[in-house]
Ligand binder design. Structure first.
Ligand SMILES: *[C@@H]1O[C@H](CO)[C@@H](O)[C@H](O)[C@H]1NC(C)=O
Ligand SMILES: *[C@@H]1O[C@H](CO)[C@@H](O)[C@H](O)[C@H]1NC(C)=O
Length: 426
């Protein structure tokens, strides 16, 4: 779920904003000789003092308290299904964009759903909290914790009889990896291995559906991207960790008989979406009258994405859960071979980013101040385009929302969500 390299790679929350007003004030004040000497002293102190402690990694979990009879009650209540034919699903990353929508869809049709999320600060935590409230109203409880916490995961499997795991927790974003590579290793590799360890030991083992990414196709130039195409040229650390995840999944399937399905998402967008993605930050900046940066290729070619609407992706996720066969292992031992699948979930119609901006201009009734720049080679690829025939055949997946219809729903949500919170604080 890469963004398109139009937004600053530093998520706003992690910027040391507090230094800005200080510098500003210094420029404005008329400094006397004494105060300039004082200032020089302060500056010297600044330069020679040891650097401040680094900001914690975005994925670093808070020390969450979990456990206790009340907590267990909430966990088992949330995981209880209301339909006799329902499944019981642990959704990791449930406070995230896709996780929130999938959890709601499962709960609505009568499945038992328990969420897990570490509420990291990679992007605005208030948005994650708002999604959490939405889920709470629907009867879905989100456990606050990290997928790399094996004691917590084992406890969850003790309390609730999960038949399926929908693994959507991940460190997302392409250029953020240059600032915080450890966060990708923590969530996308260590966390995934930990989750699979707990799943293979669970009795019975759940079937697992997990999020991979179209970014695994990397510099592949054959279009449309098919599942059989090469995926050995990742263009970012994010892509490399997602690709590693596919390999890790295969190994656990092979060794332990876990039923595993990987879904390669193609630029998923929609209401409750991720603020670090281009359509979202464009909307925000255009409404503020701020300039937006639209990338193009070094040859003037357009950057295009196979934008996929969230409701379509949710159907694909449910299709994958519903067609997943049971895992075959038990007690941590393989008994027979188990299902292993991988699918593209895209829209099959790439749209140039300039056209995305045209549509947003129309919907927001705002003229964008575009700054066209050559896309830097720091992780983003020129285009993505999914071949979805395999997902159509096996999951009955068929996207039905075009970009304009999907963006209309996003914009409606955006205006509503942000003006509602503005009114509240006023
Ligand atoms: C994940 O957890 C294990 C302990 O369960 C710890 O040793 C390891 O450092 C953690 N990995 C990361 C990348 O946080
Ligand atoms: C899409 O993938 C299927 C196999 O899943 C293949 O048969 C078909 O030729 C591909 N279509 C294109 C246009 O590449």
């Amino acid at each position: 779920m890469e963004n398109i390299g139009i937004i600053p790679s530093t998520p706003g929350k992690l910027k040391p904003d507090k230094y800005q007003p200080y510098i500003h004030r210094l420029r404005l004040s008329k400094l006397t000789l004494w105060s300039s000497m004082f200032l020089a002293f302060i500056l010297l102190f600044f330069f020679f003092s040891p650097p401040a402690a680094p900001l914690p990694a975005a994925a670093t979990p808070r020390r969450d308290s979990w456990g206790g009879p009340d907590w267990e009650k909430r966990v088992s209540k949330s995981a209880r299904k209301s339909s006799s034919s329902g499944i019981t699903v642990l959704v990791t990353g449930a406070a995230g964009f896709v996780g929130c929508h999938v959890s709601l869809a499962l709960k609505r049709r009568g499945d038992g759903v328990l969420g897990l999320d570490n509420f990291n600060r990679y992007y605005d935590v208030n948005l994650k909290r708002a999604r959490q409230k939405l889920l709470a109203r629907a009867g879905v409880f989100i456990v606050e914790g990290d997928i790399n916490d094996s004691a917590l995961l084992r406890k969850l499997f003790d309390v609730a009889p999960f038949t399926h795991v929908m693994h959507l927790a991940a460190q997302a974003g392409v250029r953020y990896a240059m600032q915080n590579p450890g966060s990708y290793v923590h969530s996308n590799i260590a966390g995934f291995v930990n989750l699979l360890q707990v799943c293979k030991s669970a009795n019975p083992q759940p079937a697992i559906v997990y999020a991979s990414s179209s970014s695994v196709y990397g510099l592949n130039s054959k279009v449309p991207f098919s599942e059989k195409d090469r995926t050995d040229q990742p263009a970012s650390l994010y892509a490399a960790t997602k690709k590693a995840g596919e390999g890790i999944a295969h190994a656990y399937n092979h060794i332990y008989g876990l039923s595993i399905t990987g879904l390669r998402f193609f630029t998923v967008y929609g209401p409750w979406g991720r603020p670090d993605m281009a359509y979202f930050s464009f909307t925000k900046d255009m409404l503020k009258g701020k300039q937006i940066t639209v990338f193009e290729g070094s040859d003037g070619g357009s950057v295009a994405r196979d934008f996929t609407y969230i409701d379509d992706v949710v159907k694909g996720c449910l299709g994958a859960l519903d067609t997943a066969k049971k895992s075959t292992g038990s007690g941590g031992k393989k008994k027979g071979s188990a299902q292993y699948r991988i699918y593209n979930l895209g829209n099959t119609s790439p749209v140039p980013v300039s056209e995305l901006v045209d549509i947003l201009e129309k919907l927001l009734k705002v003229k964008a101040k575009r700054k066209v720049m050559v896309m830097p080679r720091n992780g983003d690829v020129m285009f993505t385009h999914a071949n979805i025939s395999r997902a159509h055949r096996d999951l009955n997946y068929m996207p039905t929302t075009d970009l304009e219809a999907g963006l209309r729903k996003f914009v409606k949500w955006y205006l509503d969500f942000y003006s509602v919170s503005k009114n509240k604080s006023a």
